[in-house]
Design a protein around this ligand. Structure first.
Ligand code: BGC
Length: 708
């Protein structure tokens, strides 16, 4: 037995039932005028061993008394685990995940998570509720902003990068933070995009779309996983033994901690599968949920469930073991105060701000541009118009942790810095005549439209993901002047706005860019930097198309304008406004056909695919290159396109570079009904190019030869 295991067994032997249940109980911080705190009753619970972890307590000085109550006043001196939602930055706020996903840069994803962890840990936090790994294809669902978009392959890479960034390879480091992969699984598939509604999808979709990112997070060593609030085909995820224990623990080998979502254990009663706290607690614990977040149901129900024979003490012990193992791994027993002790050096904060600016530039997607961008250096009068122009707080998005509006650079401030010689005329757009006056007096109009932070995120589903009506009236009035209009869209989702894309000279998707929003945008508008992102999801043309995504499966009647009885709409096109991978920059690239290293590939062999990309514009640039596959004939239908690799390349004007991809035969297998990978003989198309629009892709073929 290892030293840690012996220590855990020793503690278990010493613990009363109340203390065991305490380790499985997460309490929430109290709140007063000064912020989060722990009031006397909760400190007493901690000292009595009735709480093992805390949610939402923020700030080292708020955390210290709680940790002291546990480590100095409780009988067994087991340290507390302090947890918070640190999704995309702690004090320095980085772009929201959907924005950062647009950078298609795992190294960047890791670096921002690392910076966030350093800041959060310095303030006492030991566990974050990130990364969010819900593959999301419905922009009505507000939490799409927290996702890495529509693609399981991208989300899996995002998972690995984020876990590495938060945790490092040694959780005991005082600047490491345990990651929580969430929300397991299929939360984004809620009915009609409505928050907390139920989901019901096939086993195949589960295997191909929703599980791979979680499998990747487990392989990367994620410390914790959170089941989704919702039910899937009749079983709430919080009580889903087949998925939590069967898939996560037994199939994926996950040995970390499962933490319920907020109040989700108690909500099993509302779901209609538990009659009371004892039944709810028993269902969740038996399914595999170790920690009850905030609902108090384990405290209330587990002793009773044990008395009624609904759970076994061995199941409680197993959960306690996992919680204690996490605390040991985090170094909390040895150094309970290490996180929260060291103030960050100003140079560290400065480096994080520079990183936030870089990440924001790489997250911005230039959706269209008729040449209006970058703005000419001689631009002397700029109108900055719209409700999101001078709205620093909105730039932080829906999960802002310790981010402050006062430390955030607005678009207006960024434009003023980037164009020091220009006269900048600002109008917030509430008064349309005043906005038009500003526009008339300018050479170009910068229009800042979109969503405020509270229009996306949790519980912010929108049946109509559009630009608010008043903003549309403003925009139409500005367009009518005939000036060059450059629109920057702030949002947590793609916004359906065909009318806007018809008239704007250039449109930038800026998501919620974080602390350095204005500076990053200034860099892009002036041409000091180029927009670096591409869409990590399809941008619908009409809300009625939702869900629209590139990985659809074939139909027996593909759309054909000449044939009525084919798969299409009478009133809108099938294609989105912009495809997955859409994103222009300040130069253009030309792609050759891909070249495969071999014509035939056998199991275990490696295929190398090369594609040459030439910068055919006038400035240096970066390009995101995609490799998709298509399996045209298999024992089950395969998606029309599947992403298997992506990379970023850089090229000088006139330069031609080669992107190289290495694929194992795993890339060509697909899950059978039990989730087991199956590789079939036959031809595979390899398609490379700048995005998922079929017209942009060039192809080659390889033949897979198995022994079957
Ligand atoms: C959300 C989770 C979050 C938790 C704790 C819940 O409402 O669904 O994503 O981690 O609250 O704040």
């Amino acid at each position: 037995m290892t030293e840690d295991a012996a220590r855990i067994e020793g503690l278990l032997r010493a613990m009363t039932l109340e203390e065991k249940v305490g380790q499985l109980t997460m309490i929430r911080a109290d709140f007063d005028a000064a912020g989060s705190t722990l009031l006397a009753p909760k400190l007493a619970d901690i000292a009595a061993g009735r709480a093992g972890s805390v949610l939402d307590l923020r700030g080292a000085s708020a955390i210290l008394p709680g940790q002291k109550a546990a480590v100095e006043n409780s009988r067994l001196k087991i340290p507390l685990l302090f947890t918070l939602d640190v999704l995309h930055g702690y004090r320095t706020i980085f772009p929201v995940p959907l924005g950062e996903a647009a950078a298609f840069d795992p190294d960047l994803w890791t670096r921002t998570a690392r910076a966030a962890a350093v800041e959060a840990a310095a303030d006492g936090i030991a566990l974050t509720y990130a990364p969010m790994l819900d593959v999301a294809r419905d922009p009505r669902w507000g939490r799409i902003v927290e996702s890495a978009g529509e693609d399981p392959f991208v989300t899996a890479r995002f998972a690995e990068a984020k876990v590495k960034g938060f945790q490092t390879d040694d959780l005991a480091r005082s600047d490491a933070v345990a990651a929580t992969a969430k929300h397991f699984a299929g939360y984004a598939a809620v009915n009609a995009g409505r928050e907390y509604a139920s989901a019901d999808f096939s086993q195949r979709t589960l295997e191909e779309v929703y599980l791979p990112p979680f499998a990747a997070s487990v392989n990367a060593g994620v410390a914790a996983i959170m089941p989704a609030f919702i039910e899937l085909a009749g079983v709430p995820l919080t009580a889903h033994r087949a998925l939590l224990t069967g898939v996560l623990r037994e199939r994926f080998g996950f040995d970390g901690v499962l933490i319920s979502d907020f109040f989700a254990v108690a909500e099993l009663i509302r779901h209609g599968v538990a009659a009371d706290a004892a039944e709810a607690a028993a269902l969740a614990l038996d399914a595999g949920v170790d920690i009850d977040m905030a609902s108090g149901t384990y405290t209330e129900g587990l002793p009773e469930a044990l008395a009624r024979g609904l759970v076994r003490i061995e199941t409680i012990d197993a959960a306690v073991r996992r919680v204690l193992a996490l605390k040991l791994a985090l170094g909390l027993f040895e150094k309970p105060y290490a996180r929260g002790e060291g103030a960050l050096a100003p140079a560290t904060i400065e480096a994080h701000r520079a990183l936030a600016r870089e990440a924001a530039r790489q997250s911005v997607v230039l959706l269209q541009n008729n040449g209006a961008l970058p703005l000419p250096a001689q631009t002397s009068r700029l109108a900055v118009i719209g409700p999101l122009a001078d709205a620093p707080g909105e730039m932080l998005g829906p999960w802002r942790a310790a981010g402050e509006a006062s430390e955030t650079v607005s678009f207006l401030a960024g434009v003023e810095t980037a164009f020091p010689q220009a006269t900048v005329i600002h109008a917030n757009g509430g008064d349309i005549p005043a906005a038009l006056e500003a526009a008339r007096a300018s050479d170009a109009v910068l229009l800042f439209l979109g969503e405020t932070a509270n229009m996306s995120g949790e519980a912010n589903s929108r049946a109509r993901p559009v630009i608010p009506e008043a903003q549309r009236a403003l925009a139409e009035a500005v367009f009518s002047l005939g000036k060059p209009v450059i629109v920057t869209l702030t949002s947590g989702r793609p916004l359906v706005a065909p009318w806007l894309f018809e008239k704007a000279h250039a449109v930038l998707a800026a998501w919620f860019l974080g602390s350095e929003a204005g500076n990053a945008l200034g860099d892009i508008l002036s041409g000091a930097a180029a927009p670096g992102g591409k869409l990590p999801l399809s941008w619908p043309f009409d809300a009625g198309q939702i869900p629209v995504y590139y990985g659809e499966r074939p139909t027996g009647r593909p759309a054909n304008p000449e044939n009525h009885d084919t798969s299409k709409y009478l009133d809108v096109p099938n294609t989105p406004q912009f495809p997955f991978g859409q994103g222009l920059t300040y130069t253009r690239f030309d792609y050759t056909e891909p070249r495969a290293s071999v014509a035939t590939l056998r199991p275990g062999e490696i295929l190398t695919v090369e594609v040459d990309i030439a910068n055919i514009g006038d400035v240096a640039g970066e390009e995101i290159v995609y490799l998709f596959i298509r399996d045209p004939l298999a024992s089950v239908t395969r998606p029309l396109l599947e992403l298997k690799a992506f990379t970023r390349i850089k090229a000088l004007p006139g330069e031609r570079v080669t992107a190289r991809f290495h694929l194992t035969t795993d890339a060509f297998s697909f899950p059978d009904a039990a989730g087991k990978p199956r590789l079939e003989s036959g031809e595979i198309e390899i398609l490379t190019g700048p995005g998922a629009a079929p017209s942009l892709l060039k192809r080659c073929r390889v033949h897979i030869l198995t022994n079957e």
